[in-house]
Design a protein around this ligand. Structure first.
Ligand code: SAH
Ligand code: SF4
Length: 365
């Protein structure tokens, strides 16, 4: 694992105060720098024009402001943006910005964040899992993905010619569903959540964030104690151990029965509803019998099931079922009183759907 140098966005509120105090400046300067970074979306300390020039200069000598460089971007026909970023050590990640129209005409945006370079879980249907694991992202590398897209939206609005184009959309949700297993990088992810949520940081409601996990039981238990309003989604994909061992290999360590017990405990402790993601793979987990056994497993749990027709990756053998099969699965779950929705798939023409993100070499440019 390669160590990366600390960036300003890697620092907690307390660490920012210590940095500023160390440079001999009063405490309110910490709030100013933080405000410029997370609300002003500054790209450099030099933009922070109400700070003394010598202070800006000394800050820049101490730390770099951000830890990501956009390398390449593609925009899909549904408006989904997929960006390839370079990290300080030259490794790369991808993240996406998805827009959703609203009744008022202003779109709302969801950012899908990466938390690791690659992923150690190795699910066979997932492009990230097939790439292997390289390293955890730092808190700053996670938060910087949000700041990048927020800046991109702001600049787009600034450049718009017409009033209707200027009708600003806003970032309403952040989901930890990009590359990597968020709960395998627990501390960095929680620090990023805190900074995204903090009024001194990005100021996004915790209720508007969702962490998705392949099912790491100790971390689910730890999360239930954090008293956060953040949403939790479990990538289930199968309701019995034999099949789930194949689809989500961490199931061999944390089997379905224990996982669901931890989820029941999570709902009780946190008072929150849990989501289950169930990707449908043709001929593998998509029959009405599978739907029935899923309904039996989840009976009585305060939950919601998100059905995701499989997105294609280079992995052979994981194809989306026919429309009729998907609808039959959905109908059966609903008939058995399981709250469920069929996920709207986004960004498919640019390989930006669930499980399609990976660290491409910049040769596509
Ligand atoms: N590692 C975490 C979060 C990132 S993956 C997790 O697994 O939950 C985000 C979601 O995309 C997960 O539900 C994952 O199972 C799903 N996914 C991965 N590959 C997919 C594919 N080819 N088709 C559909 N969903 C996929
Ligand atoms: Fe990792 Fe999630 Fe992909 Fe599985 S689905 S390999 S846990 S990113």
């Amino acid at each position: 694992m390669t160590a990366t140098s600390t960036c300003f966005t890697d620092l907690t509120g307390i660490q920012i105060q210590a940095l500023v105090a160390g440079l001999g400046e009063p405490n309110y300067r910490a709030r100013q720098v933080q405000h410029w970074t997370y609300q002003g979306l500054a790209l450099s300390f030099d933009e922070m024009t109400d700070l003394p020039q010598t202070f800006r200069h000394r800050l820049a000598q101490k730390v770099q402001l951000h830890g990501l460089e956009p390398l390449h971007e593609v925009v899909g026909s549904d408006g989904t943006v997929k960006t390839l970023f370079a990290l300080n050590d030259g490794k790369t990640i991808e993240s996406t910005l998805m827009s959703y129209p609203t009744a008022k005409g202003r779109p709302r945006y969801t950012i899908c964040l990466s938390t690791q370079v690659g992923c150690p879980i190795g699910c066979p249907f997932c492009a990230t899992g097939q790439q292997g694991f390289e390293r955890n992202l730092t808190p700053g590398e996670i938060v910087d993905q949000v700041l990048y897209f927020a800046r991109r939206l702001r600049d787009q609005i600034d450049k718009a010619d017409t009033e209707s184009d200027k009708a600003a959309g806003h970032i309403s949700n952040v989901v930890f569903m990009g590359m990597g297993e968020p709960l395998a990088n627990y501390d960095a992810v929680l620090q990023a959540v805190e900074m995204l949520n903090s009024p001194q940081g990005f100021g996004l409601g915790a209720r508007n964030m969702v962490i998705s996990t392949a099912g790491l039981i100790p971390q689910i238990k730890r999360l239930s104690q954090e008293k956060l309003q953040i949403g939790l989604a479990i990538s289930l994909h199968a309701s019995d151990d034999a099949l789930r061992n194949e689809l989500v290999p961490i199931n061999k360590k944390y089997p379905v029965g224990q996982l669901i017990a931890a989820c029941r405990e999570y709902c009780e402790t946190s008072g929150r509803r849990i989501s289950f993601e169930y990707a449908l793979f043709e001929g593998i987990n998509d029959s009405v019998t599978h739907a029935r056994s899923l309904a039996r497993l989840l009976a009585g749990l305060n939950c919601h099931v998100n059905l995701i027709p499989s997105n294609l990756t280079d992995s052979q053998g994981f194809r989306p079922p026919a429309r009729g099969t998907i609808l039959a699965f959905h109908r059966e779950l609903a008939r058995l009183n399981i709250a469920c929705t069929l996920r709207q798939r986004r960004g498919l023409d640019i390989d930006a759907g669930c499980g399609q993100l990976r660290s491409r070499l910049a040769k596509t440019m």
